[in-house]
Every structure is written in C-alpha cells, then in structure tokens.
Design a protein around this ligand. Structure first.
Ligand code: GLN
Length: 450
C-alpha cells in the first residue's frame, strides 16, 4: 500500500501539488516492520498499515511542519501532536505532510507560502481550503486517508470541492494538542476519506479525552462504525431556509433537494426550519477568528520558532522584520484586523458584540435540534471556483464559507459527503450537521445516503 501511494504521488503530484513534504524513508521502514507483524492480533485493526497524509499544521516529531508558512519553513517539531500518537497506536503509516493555506487562513489553498494545490477534477479550479492538500490527495488517489483541520469550514469545503468525505467533529471531540493554533475556540482536527465508513474508522482512532488539551471533552466515544446501519426510518431532518435561499447556486440547491428525496425514500422526513442569525456568521467569525489568531500568532517572533530575519540591529527590529518577512498578506491582514478588534476602546463594540451574536447563533442550532435529529443543506453555495478568481477579493472569498462557519461557531459536528455534480461537471457536497457529540447520527445518515 505504501509503495502504491508513492507511485501514485510520483505520477500525479507534479500536477496536483498536494504534498509539501514526503516521509518516504520512514514510511518504507515502518511498512517493513508492520509486514513482520502481519497475522498478529495487532494487525487486525482495520487501520493497520494504512497510508495517511497529514495536514501541515499538525506537528509531527522530526518531520518538517510548516503550517503553510515561510515563517516555519525549516521547523522540525520535537514532539508529536496527540492525534499522531493515536495514529501510531493504530499503526497507520504517515506518507507526508499536506499543503494548506498559511496558518489555515483561506478557502482555496492559494494562500500557501509554498505552492498552489490544484483540484484533481479540473486542474483550472481550486481544491478549496484551507485543507486543500488533504482533500486533493485523497481525491487524486495518492492516499486513502488524510487529516485536515476545520476552523470555519476547512475540512468540509475542500471535501465538497474535491468530491470526498470530510467531517468536522464536535468541538472537544478530538485533541488539539499539537495542532498549530489559528482560532482556538473553533479549531478541530478531522478525517478526510473516500467514503463514510473509512471516515468513521479514522475518527474512532483519533477521538477522546486528552490530558494535554483541557478543551478536549470527557465524553464517551461510541463505536461509530456500528451506527452505519442504513436505517433512517423516522429520522427528522431540518432544512434551514437560509441554506437554500439567496446566494446559494441553483446547482447546489437542486442537488440537496434530490438528496432529501433519497432520504425520504428511506423513511426519513424533512421540514423547512430557520437559523435566523446564521446571516451574521461570516461577520462574527472573521472578527473572533482574527482576534484569536492575532493572539495565537504572537509567538512567532523570530526568537523561539522558525524563521529569523538576518538583518536586525535590535530586538524591536528583529520582531518587526521577522514577522514582515515571514508572514504572507492574508495572515498579516488577519493579525491587523484581530489586533484592532481587541484594542481598548473597540473591544466592546467588536469583540464583545461578536461573542454575544455567537451565543445567538449557537441558540438557533439548539432550538432546531430540540425538534430535529439532523440539519441538512449544501456545504458550499457553489462548486469549486477558478484558480485566481477570488484571490484579490478577500470579502468574496470569505463569503464562500457562509454555510460552514455557523457550525464552528456553535461547536456542533458537520460532515460533507459527495452529492452529485454541477452542470460544469464539478463535485457538490451535502452538509449534514448533528447535535453536540452526535457524530454517530451524522454518519448513519451520510452512510444511508451515500
Ligand atoms: N476559510 C476560512 C478562513 O479563511 C476557514 C478556514 C479554516 O477553517 N481553517 O478562515
């Protein structure tokens, strides 16, 4: 499997450009070791020996981890993220590290400090972002599994654009220890796979309480694969009118209506519901995420990590030049926006107000989930857009996340599963959103539909 993976990478990665770093020597070594163990109890774990790609904001011991940024170009972590420890226990084999928007800020992977990644379905279009490398590598058949991270849609949106399955777990379900922080109250690591069953196996392996992350939750991890029964009889689906309304393309709307028909045919029912505050989601998110980022990224000062400017005369200059030279434009934009929103005199008007609206958004979900088992809508308003189309217009780029962001703000889990194609032949995604810690129901519905 490992050889197949590298063979495919050799064949297609020149075009797709999903990988930033390959770990072939170690991977081959590990594969050899595991071959020796075939037939043992340990080898019966379904993930045993499975090749996996890792988004480059998840730290990997002694394996270069850049977070897509020049400021970490030569950063070799001295420890593994908790999810990596769990993967080692399951005996997966890390093939390499995957391209992403710098510090996970972006929706197209065009903000990477190193290279663009191209959508395997149509190389003129973006793979989505920020986990563009994670989704494209699975879609191109380079790896069967990958990990991404999702702060405002970065697993689900690229999964939708690349025609694969991507899940953002409930906030707290998966440890963030060793995930390079973007917006700590929103970030979650999650699996990207070719189908729902693989996704359930991978989430199973990485979930659970972690003493190294105080926001990881002490909630039992059920057997996700057992919930893939195919049975959705009597299931109640809420379809927010805001998710099929203005700004959502006809392709996306029609594909969701078709999917609802399929689920109806299987015995589920659906009704229109409302998430009235979701229209504020993008504004709230960009204030809060940027505020948290401005604080999280303060640690990149040229002293402790990664890049340091060679031309500084004093400490202030060292900070300034390191950060000016090391960070890309989008990251600087967010740091400035976040610093402004948190500054005295503006805090109440922006940060505090955004937190209050976040609570209203969360409450919208609670109200719907009091009556319905899942919420369904499109993952994105449109299929993959052209490379270069939105990169000079940050606000249109931000607006692309309108359907995924409310899920992060509420902390609930959501999946994107393939849901037909647009007229232009590009994949579309169906988003299924569940109650806190109820990934099982999401998987059950996704699997029945798939
Ligand atoms: N596209 C969003 C942003 O730029 C979401 C990114 C993410 O989920 N990491 O912030």
């Amino acid at each position: 499997l490992v050889e197949e993976s590298y063979k495919k990478i050799q064949e297609v990665d020149g075009k797709v450009q999903a990988f930033l770093t390959l770990d072939d020597e170690n991977a081959r070594q590990k594969a050899k070791e595991l071959d020796e163990k075939l037939g043992t109890e340990e080898s019966k774990n379904i993930l045993f020996g499975m090749p996996i790609g890792i988004k480059d904001n998840i730290v990997t011991k002694s394996l270069r981890t850049t977070s897509g940024s020049k400021i970490l170009e030569n950063f070799n972590p001295i420890y593994d993220a908790s999810v990596m420890g769990k993967l080692h226990q399951a005996n997966t084999i890390t093939i390499g590290k995957l391209n992403m928007d710098e510090f996970a800020m972006g929706s197209s992977t065009e903000n990477s400090g190193f290279q663009k990644t191209f959508n395997p379905w149509n190389l003129e279009t973006v793979p989505g972002g920020s986990s563009g490398g994670s989704a494209a590598s699975v879609a191109a058949g380079e790896v069967p599994f990958s990990l991404g991270s999702d702060t405002g849609g970065s697993i689900r949106q690229p999964a939708a654009f690349c025609g694969v399955v991507g899940l953002k777990p409930t906030y707290g379900r998966v440890s963030r220890f060793g995930l390079i922080a973007f917006a700590s109250s929103l970030d979650q690591i999650g699996p990207i796979t070719r189908n729902v069953e693989d996704n359930a196996y991978l989430l199973q392996a990485i979930s659970g309480l972690d003493p190294h992350d105080s926001t990881s939750a002490d909630v039992d991890v059920p057997n996700y694969v057992q919930s893939l029964t195919g049975d959705v009889k009597g299931l109640k689906i809420g379809v927010p009118k805001e998710y099929l309304g203005e700004g959502v393309g006809e392709d996306a709307r029609q594909s969701v209506l078709k999917a609802l028909k399929v689920l109806e045919g299987l015995g589920a029912t659906w009704e229109e519901v409302s998430l009235p505050h979701s229209k504020y989601g993008v504004a709230v998110y960009y204030l809060l995420a940027s505020s948290e980022a401005s604080s999280n990224l303060a640690r990149f000062d040229g002293v402790r990590y990664g890049y340091r400017t060679p031309n500084a005369e004093n400490l202030m200059e060292l900070y300034k030049k390191t950060r000016s030279e090391g960070f890309g434009d989008e990251v600087k934009r967010r740091i400035m926006l976040g610093t402004f929103a948190l500054s005295s005199g503006y805090y109440d008007a922006y940060y505090k107000k955004a937190q209050q609206v976040r609570t209203l958004i969360k409450k919208d979900f609670e109200d719907v989930f009091a009556k319905y088992d899942v919420i369904i809508g499109p993952t994105t308003p449109t299929p993959a857009f052209k490379i270069g189309e939105k990169i000079n217009d940050p606000l249109t780029m931000y607006a692309n996340d309108i359907l995924t962001i409310p899920v992060n703000l509420a902390g609930v889990p959501g999946i994107s599963v393939p849901c037909g194609f647009s007229e232009a032949g590009l994949p579309l995604g169906l988003q299924i959103i569940g109650k806190h810690f109820d990934e099982s129901t999401i998987y059950r519905v996704a699997h029945a539909y798939e």
